[in-house]
Design a protein around this ligand. Structure first.
Ligand SMILES: [Zn+2]
Length: 213
């Protein structure tokens, strides 16, 4: 290659030829720097959290910074040059990734807010947990979380809220149906906002409501 360049230089190199050589040179992979980040993953430096990913062609790595937002999903924002300031030793261990979630309530891997009791207890979401920790370690952590009374009661409470919401939406749907629909709430009970109120209603309540009595 050097001989070829040198021959072209002797003969007089055109700008086009020079450009071809430059393209070739710039396309060479970066020489690994001692301690530089060489694999994708989660990293932390100076109290900031980064996700390192490979570009589409798989030739380079780049870093995105996690910007924590109070609600919804926290975005990972590309930070130019950040990859060069990170070092391989700043890669998070699964334990550190969990710790991040426990402290911030945000999944370090996807930025999603941790909402179900298991994820809150583990510090990683249900999809990211097994990916970051490995399936076995994740199931073990899940078992431990479930055995914790506080988490167990949070799970029950969440399930109760889900059932109540389901019952309410079902009641609302049945109240809105035309009277002749087989699932419709009987017209005498339609003024009750919830199934529970309807269940508790006595005959007297009903009569009073319709002004009989
Ligand atoms: Zn996640």
């Amino acid at each position: 290659m050097i001989a070829e360049i040198s021959a072209q230089l002797d003969a007089g190199m055109t700008g086009r030829q020079a450009g071809t050589w430059l393209d070739f040179l710039f396309a060479q992979p970066d020489k690994p720097v001692e301690g530089a980040v060489s694999e994708p993953g989660l990293y932390a430096a100076d109290g900031k959290y980064f996700k390192v990913q490979a570009n589409r062609a798989g030739t380079n790595l780049y870093a995105k910074k996690l910007v924590i937002s109070e609600s919804g999903r926290s975005p990972f924002v590309y930070e130019s040059g950040a990859i060069r300031n990170l070092t391989a030793s700043e890669k998070l261990t699964p334990e550190q990734a969990r710790q991040f979630g426990l402290t911030t309530g945000v999944c370090a891997n996807c930025g999603e807010r941790l909402e179900d009791p298991i994820s809150i207890a583990i510090g990683l979401g249900t999809t990211c947990g097994p990916r970051i920790m490995g399936k076995e370690a994740y199931s073990a952590a899940k078992k431990t979380a479930k055995a914790d009374p506080e988490t167990a009661s949070a799970i029950t409470a969440r399930e109760d809220r889900r059932k109540a919401a389901q019952a309410q939406s079902d009641w609302d749907r049945r109240r809105a149906l035309p009277e002749d629909h087989p699932e419709a709430v009987h017209e005498d009970y339609r003024h009750f906002a919830t199934q529970e109120e309807a269940d508790k209603a006595t005959t007297a309540d009903l009569l009073a409501h319709f002004g009989i009595r």
